[in-house]
Design a binder for this molecule. Structure first.
Ligand SMILES: [Zn+2]
Length: 417
């Protein structure tokens, strides 16, 4: 059987035929070149408008990389024609194996992009003897196609979150769809300002903004303002995950401060290496950690008192009635305000200020549990951390859309993957 026969089976073009296949002697990696010819008497399509146009001239041969075969690199070799198009001018013809000016065929790009969902970009480059740039280029193409073809209808609930990147110096705003039947990353923006979120709503469009029924977000002020303005009809929920994050941060602050203080006063360092004891849920602690926590609880430390306040606050989420949840919240805030723990008091003040939004969580019947946004947050952090190649915002953006966007792909993309 000839290689041509196989190629015609896996990737057949109507107006082009496969010609000779040959080894490239000079290549450092074993390489095959497959000649492609236009069918005799076929007229080229204009690369711009896609209409059949008279030929103008023929350019020198170009190579387009295809999926490697048994360790051999494979290239299509073709001399593109130029057309004289009355509407677009002199243009390079349309070639069905590649869109635009890329050096990788569409099929190979989808193939690499597919692997890039399972492996890191470096691993993909290594596994297929290609460069990081080619993998990036492929993922970028897949994301562009997917974003252009995704269906944005029927989005009812969204969650807004932020992550820090570049060692916490910069923030990204992430907007997720969190409907029961469809959860995905919808949009990413640089920073976390009023403008950032306004850009999301502008992109999403007024009709879809008005159709939103639930929005989960943090108490971050710029977010609150924009949400009230752009999606006033939606129920705005401050969800469990974001609130508990604030409490954890407050405990961390109390603990770090107290640990420093104890050290300065020369006390035995009871608080060193206790960070995770205090931040983890008690049911997730190991046996040793549990013993250490029990030891710690004997001291009447500020860290411990913060910890106990936080653990008590977990009860809040168990209420079903917004009324009783509200009563609990008020009592908890009053006690925290008397605690003399400044970071905790700040959280209590914030919770008081946002009481109605907090109680929305119960009105929405806990439908949008913290798990959704939290899960995405973990995955997003992992994606940005995993790839040391992501120095630019654009690369981070592409990686996140690829990993979390649940973007569609053309049917042909699944053939080789
Ligand atoms: Zn044209």
């Amino acid at each position: 059987m000839q290689l041509k026969t196989i190629l015609n089976r896996v990737q057949k073009f109507t107006s082009f035929v496969y010609g000779a296949v040959r080894w490239v002697d000079s290549a450092s990696v074993p390489t095959l070149e497959v000649q492609i010819h236009a069918r005799v008497n076929s007229r080229p399509l204009c690369g711009q408008c896609g209409r059949r146009r008279p030929g103008y001239d023929t350019l020198p041969e170009r190579r387009f990389e295809f999926i490697p075969l048994w360790g051999n690199k494979v290239f299509f070799v073709y001399a593109p024609r130029r057309v004289s198009c009355p509407s677009c001018g002199i243009r390079v013809e349309r070639m069905p194996w590649v869109a635009g000016k890329h050096r990788l065929t569409d099929t190979y790009a989808w193939f690499l992009a597919g692997w890039a969902k399972r492996l890191s970009w470096h691993e993909v480059a290594e596994a297929f003897h290609t460069s990081w740039d080619h993998v990036f280029d492929s993922v970028e193409r897949a994301v562009a196609w997917g974003r252009a073809h995704q269906d944005l209808s029927g989005v009812i609930a969204i969650g807004i979150d932020e992550i820090a990147w570049q060692r916490g110096h910069r923030y990204l705003t992430l907007v997720y769809q969190i409907d029961a039947d469809c959860k995905r990353l919808l949009w990413i923006g640089e920073k976390r300002t009023v403008k950032t979120l306004l850009r999301f709503f502008r992109w999403f469009g007024p009709a879809r903004n008005q159709a939103l029924q639930f929005i989960c977000s943090d108490m971050w002020k710029p977010y609150l303002k924009v949400i009230a303005r752009k999606a006033g009809t939606a129920v705005h929920i401050l969800d469990r995950y974001h609130i508990m994050t604030h409490l954890s941060k407050a405990i961390d602050e109390v603990r770090a401060h107290e640990a420093r203080e104890l050290k300065e006063k020369g006390y035995e360092p009871v608080l060193t290496k206790t960070r995770w004891l205090l931040l983890k849920r008690p049911e997730h602690l190991t046996d040793t950690q549990e013993t250490r926590l029990a030891d710690l609880l004997r001291y009447n430390l500020r860290s411990i008192r913060s910890y106990l306040l936080k653990e008590e606050f977990q009860l809040f989420w168990l209420y079903t009635s917004p009324y009783w949840a509200g009563q609990f919240l008020d009592r908890w805030c009053t006690r925290t305000m008397r605690s003399k723990l400044d970071p905790m008091k700040r959280v209590a003040k914030m919770l008081r200020r946002h009481r109605p939004l907090l109680l929305n969580w119960f009105r929405a019947k806990k439908q949008f549990s913290s798990g959704i946004v939290e899960g995405f947050n973990t995955k997003a952090k992992l994606t940005t951390r995993k790839a040391y190649g992501f120095r630019t915002y654009h690369a981070v953006e592409i990686a996140l859309y690829h990993a979390l966007g649940a973007l569609p792909a053309p049917k042909t993309a699944h053939k080789f993957f």
